[in-house]
Design a protein around this ligand. Structure first.
Ligand code: ADP
Ligand code: MG
Length: 477
């Protein structure tokens, strides 16, 4: 039997506000436990939550970016459950009237684009953290995270493979960073995902029963966890079993999913409107204002890069995967006056490789756009070859010197003086009669040998175009 997979994702994006969603406590990550939880976050009696306007602003910005309906009147609700990291005994969330309604996101897999529906996105507060290590059989509670604003983004069950789910997650990740509403740091849990997975016989309309895999915090694990879950469900059904609706946990060490709780054991959250908070009204004026603040979005930027700079799909996609990288490219282009292709190739090639190796983002690049532009300008005006430029780049990575300073200090300027090149060519030809014979008898491949020898003799500084031209002429004499 052929099976089809159905996947819907629920993504929690932590909104990058300075203070919490209902209190003035700081949201900074990594502080001493319990130093950033105020009376409101602790749920002490008599306190009242006050909504953080910036969280609303960021949610609306997101809603606009996915072309969603912004709910004019949205309501906060209490989701009641007991857990040690939830001091109030309820989480403030949104239920019937989320701030962001139906929208959509376009993803690309293997060069094909597909539209994924977004059902809703709602504001809620995060819970604290249970710490199971360092307490000798006891559990510690850190409430610093309690009250941190989250945007929960719920997709339609529109994805049909783990790869589509990863593409969706990556596209969304890119979007929230472009919008500057979430730092996207997955290690710190700022962007995490629950995956709902079911299978059905190919051609069948009705969905199968789904399992929900909780709290996956890397792209790699999303793909692995989903693929694993698909296999488990198919095997189960083919052996006469039935998938039960349940919550499962992905164990990345064992690469398997395990049951956490079934639907029968699921909590009844007894949602009801939070009497401590007023509904949120979003006016037309406010929406119009936020609309003017929308930056150029990733897909639009990619298309513009292809049109305006004649970049190929791959370079355009890499350069627009973050706003910072795209800005860096445009700054290098402007400063250097070089061809877009040269700038793009260097940024996606040499620079990206060096950044990857050092585990750095473009914002932390030791070579800023000005210095890279200085280097590329020297390739463009034939002062140095592309090969020597790589050597100069390595030096630039380690020091604060400009390309011109390094070229001068190391004497790397390209030799375009034809008499100097000619002298070396004559010497190489005279020293390798056997190879000359081979070349003249039709073995064209030997040509590369001569180029190599001349370049070696001239420490890579000869103009390659000139060397090729003169060698050809000399060898055919
Ligand atoms: P709940 O209220 O239990 O969280 P929802 O209806 O809100 O359930 O759905 C949660 C997520 O599960 C959504 O992303 C949705 O697209 C997805 N989903 C719903 N049904 C299925 C299914 N049969 N297979 C896969 N995903 C599903
Ligand atoms: Mg849900």
């Amino acid at each position: 039997m052929e099976w089809e997979t159905v996947i819907g994702l629920e993504i929690h994006a932590q909104l990058a506000t300075k203070s919490k969603i209902f209190s003035g406590a700081s949201t900074a990550y990594g502080s001493e436990p319990n130093t950033q939880a105020c009376a409101i976050d602790l749920g002490l009696p008599g306190v009242l939550p006050v909504l953080n306007e910036e969280a609303v602003h960021k949610a609306v910005l997101f809603g606009m970016a996915i072309e969603a309906e912004i709910t004019p009147y949205s309501v906060f609700a209490r989701k009641n459950y007991f857990y040690p990291d939830l001091p109030k005994g309820y989480q403030i969330s949104q239920m019937e009237l989320p701030i962001v309604g139906e929208g959509h996101l376009e993803i690309e897999v293997d060069g094909n684009s597909k539209q994924i529906g977004i059902t809703r996105a709602h504001l809620e507060e995060d819970a604290g953290k249970s710490l199971h290590e360092d307490f000798h059989g006891l559990t510690g509670i850190d409430l610093n995270r309690a009250g941190t604003p989250l945007l929960e983004i719920v997709s339609e069950p529109d994805m049909r493979s783990a790869r589509e789910a990863v593409a969706y997650m990556k596209t969304l990740h890119e979007l929230v960073r472009y919008l500057d509403i979430c730092d996207g740091n997955m290690q710190e849990g700022s962007f995490r995902c629950d995956a709902n997975v079911s299978v059905r016989p190919k051609g069948q309309k009705a969905f199968g029963t789904r399992a929900e895999i909780k709290n996956i915090n890397s792209f790699k694990f999303v793909e692995k966890a989903i693929n694993h879950e698909i296999e488990r469900q198919i095997e189960l059904i083919e052996n006469g079993g039935k998938v039960v609706q349940e919550t499962r946990l992905y164990d990345s060490v064992k690469d398997e999913t395990r049951s956490m709780r079934s639907k029968e054991e699921a909590n009844d959250y007894r949602y009801f409107p939070d009497p401590d908070l007023l509904p949120v009204f979003i006016s037309e004026d406010y929406k119009a204002l936020v609309k003017t603040q929308l930056p150029e979005l990733p897909q639009a930027k990619k298309h513009r890069f292809k049109d305006q700079y004649a970049l190929d799909e791959e370079n355009a996609a890499i350069l627009t995967c973050s706003c910072q990288l795209a800005d860096y490219f445009e700054a290098v282009l402007k400063d250097s006056g070089c061809e877009a292709k040269l700038c793009a190739n260097w940024i996606t090639g040499e620079l990206s490789a060096a950044l990857n190796k050092a585990g750095l983002e473009i914002s932390g690049s030791p070579v800023d756009h000005k210095r890279l532009a200085g280097l590329l300008a020297r390739i463009s005006d034939n002062t140095i070859s592309g090969k020597i430029a790589k050597q100069v780049f390595e030096e630039m990575w380690k020091s604060a010197a400009t390309a011109d300073e390094i070229i001068a200090a190391k004497g790397l300027k390209q030799i375009t003086d034809t008499s100097a090149i000619e002298a070396v060519i004559d010497k190489i030809i005279a020293g390798n009669p056997g190879q000359v014979e081979q070349y003249r008898s039709g073995k064209d491949k030997v040509f590369a040998f001569f180029v190599g020898q001349v370049m070696k003799e001239m420490q890579g500084k000869a103009n390659p175009g000139e060397v090729n031209k003169m060698l050809k002429a000399k060898l055919s004499q």
